[in-house]
Every structure is written in structure tokens, then in C-alpha cells.
Design a protein around this ligand. Sequence first.
Ligand code: CMX
Length: 133
Amino acid sequence: MIKVEHIGIAVKDLSSANDLFSKLFGKKSYKTEKVENEGVTTLFFQLGETKIELLEASNPESAIAKFIDKKGEGIHHIAYEVDDIRLEMVRLEKEGFTLLNKEPKKGADNKLICFLHPKSTNGVLVELCQAIK
Ligand code: CMX
């Protein structure tokens, strides 16, 4: 793994969270993007080499809606950048981690992504991501 690419934060309302985090960071978000297949609308801040991704559910079946119902707003996942997501998926599966998807899928911000089940990672939802070139 290369670095922490972003930290995902589940929020109830993207607009008010955008205001709050803009004040906190002293800078504006640089983009918003709807990811239909994940049932989320995202909004990104760049902080040095790392990003903060705010996530609002776009439907009640979304992983984000379920997370907020159960745990409330807060840190939802940590995403690590990798060079070759397929190689990393094979490596991590061999190491005993549980992959939530067998093939990389298209995520926000022009990335191929794969999640690891939090039960196999000490309760932290981990995302692998590789930039699509
Ligand atoms: N972090 C840590 N633990 C989490 C979690 C999270 N983000 N989401 C759920 N859990 C916990 C649940 O609380 C539950 O714990 P307990 O059994 O102790 O109660 C456990 O994981 C398993 O939950 P589950 O009922 O089996 O499954 P859920 O329906 O809650 O789904 C998960 C959990 C991780 C499998 C599902 O959310 C998933 O597939 N996530 C990957 C996709 C995703 O999160 N997409 C949204 C972001 C997209 C983006 O970044 O663009």
C-alpha cells in the first residue's frame, strides 16, 4: 500500500457538512460526485496528499444510510492507494482478509476500488483504491 488516499466520513446532510468542514479546514471542497452503484453522493476536500470524502446516502438501502442508522455520523472508512489493485486483492485474500467484492469496481474520483469486511480488519472498513489512468 502506498499511502492513505482518503478518509470517508458519513454525514446526514452534505450541504451543512460542506459548510462545517470548509470552516474547519479553512478551504473549499473541490468536487462533488454522485456514485449511483454505491447509493451515495460524495464531496471531496484535498488536505496535502490525503483527501477527506464526505458521504451522504442517496437512498435508504445505501451502506451509508445503514451505517448512520446504526452508529450515527462519523468516520466510515479508510482508503489506501495501491499500485495494482488486482495483485493487492489476491495478496490480502491469501493473508486471510475478507474481500467484499471479487472484482474491482468503479468508485468516486476516477478510481477502481475494493472494500475489505470490517470484521476481518479489527472493525475498520478498509477500501483499496487505484487511480484509473
Ligand atoms: N465500519 C466499521 N464497521 C462497520 C461499518 C463500517 N463502515 N459498516 C458496518 N459495520 C459493522 C456493522 O455494525 C456490523 O457490526 P456488528 O455485527 O458488530 O453489529 C458488521 O459491520 C457487519 O454488518 P452487517 O450487518 O453484516 O452488514 P451491513 O449490512 O451493515 O454492511 C458492510 C456492512 C461493510 C459489509 C457494507 O456496508 C459494505 O458492503 N460496505 C462497502 C461498500 C460501501 O461502504 N459503500 C459506501 C461508500 C462508497 C464510496 O466510498 O464511494
